[in-house]
Design a protein around this ligand. Sequence first.
Ligand code: OTU
Length: 632
Amino acid sequence: MLQTIAPASLALIKSQIRARTHALPDDPVWRAFDRRLDTHYGNLEKELSSLYGEDPRFNDFLLDLLTEAFVYALQRPTDLHALDAARESDPRWFQSQKMLGGVCYVDLYAGNLQALKARIPYFKELGLTYLHLMPPFKCPEVHNDGGYAVSSYRETNPAIGSIDDLRDLALALRREGISLVLDFIFNHTSDEHDWAKACLAGNPQYQDFYYIFPDRTMPDAYDKTLREIFPDAHPGGFSQLPDGRWIWTTFNSFQLDLNYSNPAVFKAMAGEMLEIANLGVEFLRMDAVAFVWKRLGTSCENLPEAHTVIRAFSALVRIAAPAMLFKSEAIVHPDDVVKYISPEECQISYNPLQMALLWNTLATREVNLLQQALEERHNLHPDTAWVNYVRSHDDIGWTFADEDAIRFDVNGFDHRQFLNRFFVNRFEGSFARGVPFQDNPQTGDCRLCGTTASLCGLEQNDPYASQRILLLYSVILSSGGIPLIYLGDEVATLNDHSYLDEEGKRADSRWVHRPHYQEALYRSRNNPFSPSGKVFMGLTHLIQQRARCEAFAGGHLIGFRTDNPSVLGYQRNSAAQKVLVLANFSEFPQHCTSQVFQALPETALDLISDRTLRLKGGLTLAPYAMLWLSVS
Ligand code: OTU
């Protein structure tokens, strides 16, 4: 049996790194690196030895990895070193109520990186402090999953500009107080990546970079317990290569899963990650975290080793590029989502439960499940935060817990069927105009696409459409965490069916909600009589009011039960201020009785309308009304 190799001492590792890189003891980069090693080496060594400690070359692996990390630290631009220090001394900087995110595709939103830079004044007008650019890296020309099939992490897609344009944009954003967010697509590469080409050509160094099987024996064994993620792309988790062998492809057949049981894969990807960090990325969106470790007989999702891989990457970043934080993308059961969130793993995370339940509440007009999620599943460690969003570039999946739903006598399976019917307009009286995604009649599984405006009823001119949009955004702006706007939503952009004419997009209905930048909608954004103006002016007002109110900082929330099933309630408190948020999710006026407000002052100022309201005799909320009541 293999023995775990005793780790080399930190002092020895430090002297070896210095000898290899000729670093002088008083070099400021070395001094900072040295100090960070003291803090984080223990974590790094622990995580990596649990994955690879039985490998007889483990100590060399660790030394090579850290030497390389120090070289990346040396290459890091000076202003990023300053940012590293600033962020380390203020680890809760992103808890500010002024934090606001936006996300867009470079090509669809602006054409290219330089043109996107020219949009910075607009981002400032909106109030953004965080900008997620969808993957800008080199990828196959036609079939690339919107950039999620990366062919090189060191080159950009030439259609949008050069890596220097990207660096330049990152700097320009940073100077304006906007943090750049990019993806780390680390579960897979495209089939055009050099590693993939070398592996498939039989290069021995790359043989174990991916999971390749000579025949169906192992794929069949694994497939027994795998969930199909993109069943339209291929059945099961594997694709056949031209030579007849089978390769692991969780997503599309051109996205090849990397094999993290091979330490060389970890090391190679760590280099790509630190290269991306040095572009000036402040939040690294960890794509598809759930899938990075596989074990026969399991779902190969959310395995403990997936967390270990991420924590090891995270420890390395704390040592070599600490201004960068991780954002988790786990669209899984809520119990599993939270496991990725901690100061040592991913400091921020998408909040898919809140997202899905916002839409659920619009459909049912009952706040029960959302109220429960906010009360029981919202509060996180104070050094971490949710990224709250109404919708993303991906489909909407109904990832609430069946155990939670059954407490309201709601059967999860049946209810998901209802939600799908409601949002794709197969339900009488629905205002929504969504499109199904990966409809799987075999399992009854189906997810959903559509822009916020189309799902809220604007496509069919429903009179409440813009109020619904604002209601959803008012919750993500006030519930605690970083709100994230899918750019285009703020001017009520509708579904765009032009993807059906594009090879490489046609088979993927998520493109319906990834529309081109609509010049006309942006031009009318300050016209209160246009739907885009109503939404834009309403939303920017909410953003500004939130930014002024300290109670909205941080993530902590206290549930506030109303006695009306359509009215959501929660309280946000700071030392100086208490704010009660109420939101009516129905198209009818809804009353909350005086009982509800017993413990509160007789009157309260609504921060949205700037009106003082009497709570004494109860409150009636207008259709889809939201109130941010200052009750301190
Ligand atoms: C992510 O999403 C990205 O957000 C997608 O745009 C990519 O296509 C995909 O990874 C592959 O890179 O399946 O429908 O359970 O839901 O990781 C979206 C998690 C996806 C998955 C999620 C994935």
